[in-house]
Design a protein around this ligand. Structure first.
Ligand code: S3P
Length: 444
């Protein structure tokens, strides 16, 4: 496929009310858990981005009945816990780290072998973090050097329940182990020193699994799942993705005279570190109409253009905003003073090395910054120059962050390829242009 360059020019006041697509994390989990449930499940608001469509295709390949109705509702008939069937071809997970890692857990405790691959970005990402605990449960793995895809997962017929302390704060690793624990007799336990997003725990409980969560001091949690639960099909609604809402929200903060509302956004506290940080920076963001949908808290976000000031973002906040640092770094470039984002080691192993990508891209746009150990330090003050073309390297969030930069920078900002945006936010440019942005094809 040939690349699709885009350019973002200065926007005038962004205004309106929008709904961003469904939450990517919850969408993956909804498909996977519904595929294990007995009977019918229906999902409204599923993110129909590339990443999630790969998971839908994988669940089909594993034997679940997965259909999309004309009204956009997804309907699944699951196979029951332990009932997945051997896929007859490679599971191609595209760009999706979440899809690849969670599914690896799911099939690790089924008595068959599956083969996983993905795009160049996913094939470069570390899988050892799931291979390690899942090997202890009895599964076998044959992958490339460094534990990278393509990889065969040799599922075990007699899984062993484990108690595992996460060496890195990762919801994907936690979830892979919990999903493996479903088809494992006894209790499987994950200990996390820093709380990470708990969508798997909430989703499993919603479908009838016995999941215990013990919160200890300093954000530490002990999460246990009892094996062989009976999961029952249900109807659920996926909230709008706070990680996608982040882009129009920051755009409205940066573009003068903007005022907009983003409706039905997930406000799970383990996902909302960005909004907390932006408020500390002086952002006018209010939550209205707070409610619960499908077992998750949601609200409408009302945001107005605000003068921002630099802040110190503590490392313990990272898990609750891990995907939001690219757009926070853009906001920091427009803030008055220095913003120090601490403890960003995990950003190096995302869809791209986001620490390096942000540093290079911001510097190209005339922003002064430094990487000090695992910290990113951005010097704000004034309007950044812009006027650069940013290489995206198959990373959707880098692409969207720099398009937002172009809306408020002195000169337009271009990206070399917008196609990755569809992994999480199909229709991004059209939605932003509907609010007043000026994103268009870059002929340069
Ligand atoms: C996700 C967890 C995070 C996040 C990713 C989605 C999830 O990854 O970056 O986009 O749905 O569990 P890690 O578990 O690697 O931190």
């Amino acid at each position: 496929m040939s690349p699709t360059p885009l350019i973002s020019r200065a926007a005038t006041a962004l205004a309106g009310e929008v709904t961003v697509p469904g939450d990517k994390s919850i969408s993956h989990r909804a498909l996977m858990v519904a595929a294990l449930a007995v009977g019918e499940s229906s999902i409204d608001g599923l993110l129909e981005g590339e990443d999630v469509l790969r998971t839908a295709a994988a669940m089909r390949a594993l034997g679940a009945l997965v259909t999309r109705r004309d009204d956009g509702r997804w309907v699944l008939f699951g196979r029951g816990v332990g009932g997945l069937a051997e896929p007859d071809d490679m599971l191609d997970m595209g760009n999706a780290g979440t899809g690849a890692r969670l599914l690896t857990g799911l099939v690790a405790t089924h008595p068959f072998t599956s083969f996983f691959s993905g795009d160049a970005s996913l094939r470069s990402r570390p899988m050892r973090r799931v291979i390690e605990p899942l090997s202890r449960m009895g599964a076998g793995f044959v992958g490339r050097s460094g534990g990278r895809l393509p990889m065969a997962v040799i599922g075990t017929a007699s899984p062993i329940p484990i108690s595992y302390e996460l060496p890195v704060p990762s919801a994907q690793v936690k979830s892979a182990i919990l999903l493996a624990g479903l088809n494992t007799a006894g209790t499987t336990t994950v200990i996390e020193r820093q709380a990470t997003r708990d969508h798997t725990e909430l989703m499993l409980r919603g479908f009838g699994a016995d999941v215990a969560v013990e919160a200890l001091a300093h954000g530490e949690r002990v999460i246990s799942v009892k094996g062989h639960p009976e999961l029952t099909g249900r109807a659920l609604k996926v909230p709008a993705d706070p990680s996608s809402a982040a882009f129009p929200v920051v755009a409205a903060l940066l573009v003068r005279d903007s005022a907009l509302t983003v409706t039905g956004v997930g406000t799970n506290p383990l996902r909302c570190g960005l909004f907390l940080t932006l408020r500390e920076m002086g952002a006018d963001i209010r939550w209205t109409n707070s409610r619960e949908e499908g077992g998750e808290p949601v609200a409408d976000l009302v945001v107005r253009h605000s003068a921002l000031r630099g802040v110190d973002v503590p490392p313990e906040r990272a898990p609750s905003m891990i995907d939001e640092y690219p757009i926070l770094a853009v906001a920091a470039a427009f803030a008055e003073g220095t913003t120090r984002m601490r403890g960003l080691a995990e950003l190096r192993v995302k869809e791209s090395d986001r620490l390096a990508a942000m540093a290079r891209g911001l510097q190209a746009c005339g922003v002064r910054l430094a990487i000090e150990g695992d910290d990113l330090v951005v010097e704000g003050g004034g309007i950044p120059a812009g006027g650069a073309t940013i290489p995206v390297n198959l990373d959707h969030r880098i692409a969207m962050a720099f398009l937002v930069m172009g809306m408020a920078a002195a000169a337009p900002v271009a990206i070399d390829d917008a196609s990755a945006i569809d992994t999480s936010f199909p229709g991004f440019a059209a939605l932003m242009n509907g609010l007043g942005a000026k994103i268009g094809a870059d002929q340069a």
